[in-house]
Design a protein around this ligand. Structure first.
Ligand code: ADP
Ligand code: MG
Length: 729
């Protein structure tokens, strides 16, 4: 009987790209499955329309009666598109999205009439039986009630035949049980803080929106091949597999022509995204074989986060149609690049100004510098919180593993802006003379746009880089929900802007300084205080690790270490002071993330043990038996001279035995360590035990398996090999 591997290879190599044709131009179909402005205008009364717009723009509450009207309009719109069910769509702390579908259909009590029913009550709030979502001890299961509540700032959409309503997910006592709630709170705080600061420069600014443009990297693997690898299916990554002779050495994949099957998939995916109003724009090959990237036009952060969650879902569903499997794991394959999700972040005013974009006049550039320097200061003071916000078992494979960003958080700003900061550092303390001010405005602040034009050097090794008109947080994991990173980033910058405002106002009121003098004075001090975070060199180098340690920057290579900052006093104070999360919420999250880490490593350990024992050892023994048979035959023919003709075979037989022994003893030892770890009661201690005692066995066991892969007859090997996974197009 052919093994799954050969069956899969046969299937994969006989595949043709499925036929796909775009139905219409992107601009025509964009957002047609979204309850957007256009749909609302058509299906809502003007009163209901105004109420929803008010909620979106100013966060005003929608009363229950109006909610009934909105629900009615939403239902009519959905029914006109063939929708049969609705669901509250939310982002529990499991890392995936959740939905529970209910039919619109209802019968009357006497069973006589049946109607399509969906009212304000169903729109606004639901009570999913949520006892099995992670809650970090916030809810005891006997009072396991949580509810989902409509988030009108992210529009409802149709997927398949279901109307999906984006919602927050909170406990009955009001604590956040999801990613969205703290993000929305952080964005509100950011709006308030940034608007206040903007008003130093422009009194017309009433609202500041944080913007996010994510870049999503992923691998595409033939579905049958992926299914033939239990490790890929169960853990999202390969736990063993010898590196392919050809990998990414030739750099022949990056930006190369996209293979037909992948391209057809991308076109199909893009069409789905268009219908859902996800403004994807860019597609290209990435560095590793079978690795790709998709990126949208940036949007308001909450919407962008929802769109990324939705995209990850849609990517998998579309892949099924193309007999492909999407791998969103940060490191599916050893020895080739992993995947990340760059988070491009900026701030935009309701007057149309990008606050992180240098512009024409000195005054607006002082505004740019204000936001630019405050962001740097925020990262400087909270680098451990940022590091914690991107920590996960899967992202540990990238961070600090000599491939896209190191585990050390630093900020890259480029040569030109470094010079500008150096000039500003020399600003006089106290009042500035008119000459100094003119000089600053003309020769420093005013020159920024010109300087920026030739600022083309881009440091790809920096985890947090300024790229002309935005910061790019590059250390976010490809499988992560962007919320964690975005909640933290917006929170720390908002806090920083608040502090800035207090300091500037104090100088104006107490010291009688002019506004711009005060701003220059505060910024000068921030530049001095933020030096340790700025780094322009090679982030992958050992020299940087040493230098960073000297500067006192953290370098947490593992999740359990990094997560400690999650529940530090600094984090508890920051989030509670800003009203983003209270202590219970912060601590619950810390606990949940530790548990998730532990479970991931636990599953990987079990899967690896199984594969090593059930696939690798039996295959190795089968091949060893063939060799033994061969040696026995040689002995028959050559008699006492058999040793010289069979010495290579005997050597291999011995090597195989040694590797089998290695696997067996190490799997046993690993299992013992797992048992010991499981007996621990403290979540931090357990995660550390999994990290430091269990995980180190992975490499040792893998190494034995991979050596066997090189020894054993290719025809016998049951696990699809790296070269097949990576180079089947
Ligand atoms: P790359 O980093 O690959 O060279 P770009 O710099 O052109 O590409 O942009 C990458 C991403 O940055 C895009 O997804 C885009 O939407 C996003 N982006 C551009 N401007 C902003 C902004 N002001 N705020 C947030 N994201 C932005
Ligand atoms: Mg980028």
């Amino acid at each position: 009987m052919p093994t799954l591997r050969f069956q899969a290879l046969r299937e994969a190599s006989s595949r043709k790209p499925i036929h796909f044709e775009e139905t219409e131009k992107k601009s025509v179909i964009f957002g047609s499955n979204v309850f957007n402005q256009k749909a609302m205008k058509q299906f809502l009364t003007s009163e209901a329309y105004k109420a929803v717009q008010g909620a979106i723009q100013h966060g005003t509450k929608i009363d229950r009666k109006i909610a009934d009207y909105v629900a009615m309009g939403m239902k009519e719109w959905a029914l006109s598109k063939g929708v049969t069910h609705y669901t509250h769509w939310f982002q529990p702390l499991t890392g995936t999205t959740a939905e529970k579908h209910d039919a619109f259909f209802e019968t009357s009590f006497d069973g006589g009439d049946s109607v399509e029913k969906f009212g304000g009550a169903q729109l606004v709030q639901q009570e999913p039986d949520a006892s099995s979502f992670p809650n970090g001890g916030i809810r005891n299961t006997f009072e396991a009630r949580g509810y989902t509540a409509w988030d009108p700032t992210s529009p409802a959409f149709i997927f398949g035949t279901t109307l999906c309503i984006p919602t927050v997910f909170i406990s009955y006592t009001g604590e956040a049980l999801d990613y969205k709630t703290p993000l929305l709170r952080a964005l509100t705080v950011m709006d308030d803080a940034a608007t206040e600061v903007c008003r130093y420069f422009d009194k017309n600014v009433k609202k500041v929106t944080a913007t996010l443009g994510w870049e999503q990297e992923y691998f595409l693997i033939d579905r049958s091949l992926a299914k033939s690898r239990p490790d890929l299916m169960m853990t999202g990554r390969t736990l063993l597999g010898h590196t392919s002779a050809k990998g990414q050495q030739l750099d022949d994949h990056y930006f190369g022509s996209i293979p037909t099957r992948a391209l057809t998939y991308m076109r199909d995916l893009e069409q789905e995204c268009m219908l859902l109003g996800i403004p994807v724009k860019t597609r290209h090959n990435e560095v590793a074989p079978n690795q790709f990237e998709v990126a949208p036009i940036f949007e308001e952060t909450n919407l962008a986060v929802d769109h990324n969650c939705l995209l990850m879902d849609v990517m998998e569903k579309v892949a099924e149609r193309h007999d492909l499997k999407v791998l969103l794991h940060e490191k599916p394959f050893k020895g080739v690049n992993g995947s990340g999700k760059h988070n491009n972040w900026s701030l935009a005013t309701d007057t149309g100004v990008n606050l992180l974009s240098p512009s024409k006049t000195p005054m607006s550039n002082l505004q740019f510098l204000t936001f630019f320097i405050n962001t740097i200061k925020a990262v400087n003071d909270n680098e451990t919180l940022l590091r914690a916000s991107i920590a996960s078992a899967s992202n540990d494979h990238r961070l600090g593993a000599n491939e896209a960003p190191p585990a050390i958080i630093s900020v890259f700003i480029g040569e030109s802006l470094s010079k500008v900061l150096a000039e500003l550092e020399g600003v006089t303390t106290g009042k500035l003379s008119p000459e100094e001010k003119t000089d600053l405005k003309l020769n420093v602040v005013g020159k920024i746009p010109d300087l920026m034009l030739d600022n083309t050097d881009r440091n790809r090794t920096s985890p947090f880089a300024f790229t002309g008109n935005k910061f790019e947080f590059r250390a976010v994991g490809s499988s992560a929900n962007c919320s964690n990173a975005m909640t933290t980033l917006n929170a720390i910058v908002a806090k920083q802007l608040r502090d800035f405002k207090v300091e500037v106002d104090r100088l104006i009121e107490d010291k009688g300084m002019k506004k711009d003098d005060a701003i220059f004075n505060v910024l000068r001090e921030y530049i001095k205080q933020s030096k340790k975070i700025l780094f322009e060199g090679d982030g992958y180098s050992e020299a940087w690790e040493k230098e960073a340690a000297k500067r006192g920057l953290s370098n947490y290579k593992t999740t359990p270490e990094a997560l400690k900052a999650r529940a530090s006093k600094q984090a508890l104070d920051l989030f509670s002071e800003l009203g983003i999360m209270n202590h219970v919420e912060v601590e619950a999250r810390y606990e949940i993330e530790l548990e998730e880490y532990t479970k991931k490593i636990q599953i990987e350990g079990r899967v690896l043990g199984d594969i090593a024992r059930n696939h690798v050892i039996p295959t190795a023994i089968r091949y060893q038996n063939t060799l033994i048979e061969n040696v026995r035959g040689l002995k028959e023919i050559f008699g006492k001279d058999f040793e010289s003709v069979s010495k290579e075979q005997i050597a291999i037989i011995k090597q195989i035995s040694a590797h089998i022994e290695g696997i067996n003893t190490k799997v046993d030892e690993m299992t013992d360590e797992r048992k010991k770890a499981n007996s621990l009661t403290d979540a931090q201690a357990m995660a550390e035990a999994y990290c430091n005692k269990v995980k180190p066995y992975f490499d040792i066991i893998r190494n034995h398996c991979d050596k066997l892969e090189l020894l054993v007859d290719n025809e016998l090997w049951t696990l699809t090999k790296y070269r097949e996974l990576l180079f089947t197009k």
